[in-house]
Design a protein. Structure first.
Lengths: 104, 323, 323, 104, 104, 323
């Protein structure tokens, strides 16, 4: 027996914690119905290496994972292009399969 | 004064900072867990706020308080202008970076205040309870001033954000909130409340401060070690600006007729630079500013300077001019 | 009594709760780090458990203890039935949600107990050490009662889980374990052990309680702010049920012949609702119940009610009826 | 030189912390040989927004990542369908390549 | 309107925290321009179940995510083969799309 | 001596360890948050370092100190050889695993030291401040000895790593750093510094130790519960080796002419096994060694043995031989 699965897109972003509300707002506007925020410990990008600033959370980065249908993700990506001109961060998109298509 | 200097250098508070600093420089695995450091900081806010409130309940409001508050506001709005001018004149940082750094130096560092009050306590000098309110009042004006400076940037592509996220960051910042809240609670409960909470806020105070400064030392050294883009011009600024701020603070204290103790504290506040509230607000309002500059300067250069050299100097100056 | 009321409202404990509540409402960035809050809670359990044990070592077991324990068991199994009936009659929550909420109200809140014991301590009223054992004993029966109620749901698709995960959650819950463990250690070491640990468990006690209540205030307000599905019927239940619980507690105290202090504490236990042990157990055993209802009610409505209004009332009632 | 890689499936779930033991048991039953549990900070789904409940861990969510061969993941998915009728949570499946095929 | 995206590879590793510096060094040598380190809570692998050792961080595991072009990831994989003979850990590779190709 | 034994068993310190141990065995949800446990450990290091330093400032350096330091070094390098020989003779662990375990037993456990000093304090026996320095000195030599032993493994595919990561782990380990740093600060500030920090480092000390041992108990039991590959041979080693270490320590104390108190502490150090510094260093230098063996043995077998049985025994032996 094979379970029927349905194709969706998985968007993964790494952004600065203080800007999280702006990205969440973008999700709300574009009807992203679900997402999960994960803590990150350290990393490196175009602005060099970072690890959490002691004594404050300004340097903290978070990873956001959101699975949605291709069209929604496309809308989010086109908004992200503008947002990433002002705010630091990266975004990756990949293919996933889900079992409950009505949910995503 | 050289004996007094030695005494400062040999106080546990300074020595634990130094220990942390060395640990950070040699990359020891010594670290204070983040949640613990935040807890220590909450404790310090709660304790000085409460103590200040109880003292205020005793003394009641007076004209001195009004003078101190006005001095704080003047410094908060004025110092960023001086800092901005100095930065543009003597360093090569961009307009927006200069504005962001200026906001840090117009605002204050609560731990520097705590260390200073601990220092003058040890000397037996008294200060007024309302100085704690001045600490809270001086946190935010410089942020406003810094944003106004940033707005005047001809090269800016977009205006700084003055939205709800930002305003909450500025005016409902956790540490200011707790400081003021504990102050009000201290005033409301007075001696009666104080007696029940006293063992908690006095017994471990000095030790908590030592542990917290151990962490500050590690943080300062780590910042300096990984500092990129910090040239000698900026470092010079980080050493000159506190002295300028202190001078302004001394003048204001004199005008406001503050006592030696309160004056020494206002001078210290003017000389100190923010490393918690302002960086958080700037990240939201001016994401294009490079946070590495301001935080490294304020935490890695100005804080150690004030802790080791500045505070005894400021206290001595207050003694000479204000006594 | 209006002076006593004012005094409660002006106690640091209540004021820090209020400060946290305001911080949560206006969405200040003020927060107590999670690990610190858990640490403060461990401390409070350890301290009251140990103190209770030492007192028990002095007093020895007596009939009063038996009466208090039986009262606690009766309330633990009985109150959920009352709560369930009330919920089905006056609100629109489903059978399973009513059962889950009922379990919360049959069980107890340790911090409410600590706040009450602090209150009556301040009045100079004494209570028996065995009341700490009663706290531990009252945590679990209501969970069993709640599950039995849930099992009778005609619409239920599957039975609640009574498996090992669940039983461990109920009977080996960390806070009950520490409370009872510290009680036993206090009994075993007696005054000798107490003398060595006393500075740790008494000096910072009140301050730790304040800091913990600051966090409770933030949590209560955040819960209320993001409350969804909480209508005026449920809120009314959250205000009426503690009074009913208190009345039952008063009756039981009278029957068991408890002292004023112990009676006030039993009343408080009956009036209080769980927000740690029961939610955790329900999540495992009744995942279909909506946790938002019960936690918001118990933390956001009943806890503040008890802290600010209930405790002084319960103590006064105990004084009048049991003295 | 190109490294030889082998196709496997990556299952990613977000579930409530108190139910973790049940999912782990499912993994054991279906012979999933490895998995990793990650902490999450906040998120949104069909039950609305959540962030860790203060004072208790009942509201905590975790992410589980498990890489295994397609057949194993199929078995897990078919069990998950039933489990997700009782417990909240989401699951996504994607393709990955591994270098040590005997391990997964 | 569809946003133009570009294919890259996403490398995901789970390794022991004390060995992180060695893997970071490998990234530096192979010119991996960006990565993110995430905390993990517990897991199971060929060495059995683990959860963070109390009192010390020797048992902590971290997840590293790095997105780069295929060639870079190939170089990293070939080095990883040797490193994984000495150190414990796992690595998975998948396909992702990015919107700013010059960055990855 | 059976009364003394009972007294040890009934001390809060041992009882809280036992409570944690039981919680771990029955898998209660009781746990001390990680950051809090690290904070408690920092506190203990800071407190004993500082106290030792102040005492050293009083006593000055003397020949006894030199004897104690040399004894510590001899034990640190020598005990791993004995442990390695014993392991190869009586157990079936591989060459590299034996070397790793040997390093743990040559090094020391600070908490065991703290518990021992607390025990002899309670008996009114004095010890020299320099023993704290001996603790720091004994952390690392065994790591070097262990690596040299590992290097001689004929089956080894690759040499242990002696690189910068490793050396930093060994010599700049956070806990050693803080211990030594606090010692130096205590010496530098002397009584004057002590007076200001004393309430912080003495008032909660015993209570913090209890809370920390609660966590150690949980950790020890969890380790034992999930122990795989630990057979009766290894467990026997974990019980015999501390006695051998203690005997060596007693001999060295006698040769060095240490006082009863200092001798009891040196014996305890020799008998104790590392569970923080050495595991961290081994993970970097000898990743092929199985960490489950060494950590489970040291934390789950040897630590409880020393805490409950060893310390009173070592103290008694010191009293008989060294008095
Ligand atoms: N589309 C999605 N993408 C990413 N995470 C999701 C998504 N939907 C739900 N989640 C996560 O899964 C949790 C439980 O989902 P739910 O049961 O739908 O409330 C949510 O709180 C999110 O953290
Ligand atoms: N198949 C897998 N899927 C996800 N994570 C895994 C898998 N195998 C191993 N891991 C993670 O990698 C860690 C080290 O694996 P190992 O070296 O095999 O013990 C494990 O403890 C898990 O956290
Ligand atoms: N190629 C990459 N792979 C994974 N994470 C990345 C990558 N590039 C950047 N990041 C993460 O995103 C953060 C912000 O990137 P940046 O704005 O380029 O400094 C970095 O600190 C990393 O944590
Ligand atoms: Na300033
Ligand atoms: Na109740
Ligand atoms: Na030893």
């Amino acid at each position: 027996m094979t379970i029927e699965t349905h194709a969706r897109k998985r968007l993964e972003m790494i952004i600065e914690q203080p800007h999280l509300p702006q990205f969440i707002r973008l999700f709300e506007q574009q009807d992203v119905r679900g997402y999960t925020v994960l803590d990150s410990k350290s990393g490196k990008g175009s602005r060099g290496f970072w690890s959490p600033a002691r004594l404050s959370s300004v340097d903290d980065r978070v990873m956001i994972v959101a699975v949605a249908d291709e069209e929604t993700i496309q809308r989010v990506l086109s908004e992200l292009q503008a947002l990433f001109e002002q705010l630091p961060g990266v975004a990756f998109v990949s293919d996933v399969q889900v079992i409950r298509p009505d949910r995503f | 004064m050289s004996e007094a200097a030695l005494q400062t250098l040999l106080s546990p508070v300074v020595l634990f900072f130094a220990l942390g600093f060395v640990a950070g420089l040699v990359r020891s695995s010594l670290s204070v867990p983040e949640d613990l450091a935040k807890g220590l900081s909450l404790y310090l806010m709660l304790a000085i706020g409460f103590k200040g409130g109880v003292e205020l309940a005793h003394a009641g409001f007076d004209l001195g308080m009004l003078g101190a508050v006005i001095s704080g506001l003047v410094a908060g709005f004025g110092l960023p202008l001086i800092a901005f001018g100095l930065l543009r004149a003597m360093t090569r940082v961009s307009h927006v970076d200069a504005a962001a750094i200026a906001a840090h130096y117009g605002s204050i560092s609560v731990v520097t205040f705590v260390a200073a009050s601990d220092y003058i306590d040890a000397l037996g000098v008294e200060y007024e309870g309302y100085m704690v309110a001045v600490v809270a009042i001086m946190e935010s004006p410089a942020i406003i001033a810094g944003l106004i400076l940033a707005q005047r940037d001809p090269a800016a592509k977009r205006a700084p954000r003055w939205d709800a996220d930002f305003l909450r960051e500025v005016f409902l910042n956790g540490s200011v909130f707790l400081l003021l809240g504990a102050l009000v609670i201290g005033m409301a409960t007075g001696d009666k409340g104080y007696d029940t909470v006293a063992p908690f806020i006095t017994t471990p105070f000095k030790g908590v401060l030592c542990l917290f400064l151990l962490d500050m030392g590690i943080a300062a050294a780590s910042r300096l070690r990984s500092a990129s883009g910090l040239d000698h011009r900026l470092v010079t600024f980080g050493l000159i600006m506190p002295v300028i701020g202190a001078t302004v603070g001394l003048g204001l204290s004199w005008l406001a007729g503050l006592s030696v103790g309160s004056g020494a504290l206002l001078i210290t506040l003017c000389a100190s630079a923010s490393y918690i509230a302002v960086p958080a607000a700037m990240r939201v309002a001016l994401p294009q500013a490079n946070p590495a500059y301001s935080l490294t300067l304020s935490l890695g250069v100005t804080f150690p300077f004030n802790l080791v050299i500045g505070i005894p100097l400021y206290q001595r100056a207050a003694e000479i001019i204000l006594a």
